[in-house]
Design a protein around this ligand. Structure first.
Ligand code: JFZ
Length: 433
């Protein structure tokens, strides 16, 4: 009897935990991880001012002024296909677009708020245009959606010192969230719900649990990040324990820590601000590529953010930079897509990925012409070459793998080396260099 009770209790507990995670047999997470590289877009009427989306409301931009910007928002040069082509040419496989940030403005034709894109002079449903363009170009379509809404009368906080909303009603607000996200799922067929703004007090673990179940009930194949619940550990972004909902972790403005057991995605900006800012400092091609490869080498995806301008265009210098990344990926993409991180954990000068009987080394710096790294576990290296290039001489001793890389074989930005093994690279335990 006691045993039976224990069994019942244990199955109850596990079932409860697994209700918060995708079906272990589903390819949902694996397919997401295989894509590696996606575009994040932060865009709404605030781009008229060039200050930060959400955060500048009531700070750099006076509150009433901010809330009326939509009346002038008219991005006549917006071209959804052009954005999606830019994304595709960058070698990206999916999009996450801000449908409603902390400022509460809805970028689609929503039934549940008049504060939306259809009431701007532009009057067009940019979200539907983006969804259609993604479908046309074979890009996975995803949506960012903030839980906190500093403008909404039923959300208790406004984030401006001393201003609170005594008549707010969080349960009514939660119904609003459910209605809007249902539209995103049912009308726009979003494949990713990228939540945010979960850290504020009104949002609880109970809401998070309920919301996750509700959304998976509408479509069990929608991917939901860990900001749906309260289990995210700061900017590190990892989920602190299995009792919290969310399909993947969300490190922010940093390459996540090495982890090949739990799915994660770093979100990082191409410049400094999430939304467009004039003359914002842009990352060099070196920084862009290293950020991507170190993320992938650590087992994660990179969601790389672009902030388009108020007239609807992306900045040309950003389009050019993204294209340079795409050019690199069109040549060396086999060392990125559908790989697993490691076995060598990323350091400042090297990272690695693997697939089948291969390991790919991404080398950012090499002093001299000999690379010395620990052996890849019990595997024997059969062949070694520069990816898409010449064979390299190598020697495998008991503890060390020594590869000769003559000067003329070194590549700009990153040298990619392919190792062919006598066994499956997936079996090698992570190696510290
Ligand atoms: C959040 C957003 O606030 C930000 O605007 C952007 O959308 C990003 C992807 O996600 O980032 C945060 C979240 C919390 C803090 C700072 C940035 N915080 O609590 O200081």
């Amino acid at each position: 009897m006691k045993n039976l009770l224990v069994v019942v209790l244990i199955s109850f507990l596990t079932l409860n935990i697994f209700a918060q995670k995708p079906d272990a047999n589903s390819t949902l997470i694996k397919d997401f991880q295989d894509m590696k590289f996606g575009m994040f877009i932060h865009w709404d009427p605030v781009t008229l001012r060039g200050t930060e989306i959400g955060w500048s409301r009531g700070h750099q931009v006076e509150m009433n002024d901010y809330d009326n910007l939509y009346k002038e928002f008219n991005p006549v040069l917006f071209d959804a296909e052009k954005w999606v082509k830019t994304l595709k040419d960058a070698g990206m496989k999916y999009l996450v677009f801000t449908t409603r940030h902390h400022d509460g403005f809805s970028m689609w034709d929503t039934k549940y708020s008049d504060y939306n894109i259809m009431n701007t002079p532009y009057k067009k449903d940019v979200l539907m245009e983006l969804k259609n363009a993604c479908d046309k170009y074979g890009i996975m379509f995803g949506t960012y959606y903030s839980i906190c809404d500093w403008r909404h009368p039923n959300y208790p906080l406004s984030r401006i010192k001393g201003v609170e909303k005594p008549d707010a009603d969080m349960d009514k607000f939660y119904t609003f969230l459910k209605n809007q996200t249902k539209e995103l799922i049912e009308t726009y067929d979003t494949k990713i719900l990228w939540f945010d703004g979960e850290w504020e007090k009104p949002w609880t673990h109970e809401y998070g649990q309920d919301f996750y179940k509700y959304l998976k009930g509408l479509n069990k194949n929608v991917l939901i990040n860990n900001r749906v619940d309260k289990g995210r550990k700061g900017m590190e972004g990892v989920t602190i324990s299995n009792e919290f909902a969310g399909d993947y972790a969300t490190p922010e403005q940093r390459v996540g820590a090495f982890d090949i057991d739990n799915p994660w995605e770093s979100c990082i900006t191409i410049c400094n601000q999430w939304a467009w800012k004039p003359n914002d400092k842009m990352k060099s091609l070196d920084q862009c590529i290293q950020t991507l490869l170190k993320t992938v080498g650590g087992g994660g995806n990179l969601l790389f953010n672009v902030g388009p301008m108020a007239d609807g265009r992306m900045e040309q210098r950003q389009i050019d930079r993204l294209k340079e990344m795409g050019d690199w990926l069109s040549k060396y993409g086999e060392s990125v897509y559908k790989t697993t991180g490691g076995p060598y954990k990323p350091t400042e000068w090297i990272s690695s990925t693997r697939k089948g009987d291969k390991i790919y080394l991404h080398l950012y710096r090499l002093d001299g012409d000999k690379l010395k790294i620990p052996v890849p576990g019990n595997a024997q290296v059969k062949n070694c070459s520069v990816l898409k290039g010449k064979k390299l001489k190598f020697e495998q001793t008991k503890n060390e793998l020594i590869i000769e890389i003559p000067k003329e074989q070194k590549q700009d930005i990153v040298t990619t080396i392919e190792l062919k093994l006598n066994s499956d690279s997936g079996e090698i335990k992570p190696i510290e260099i």
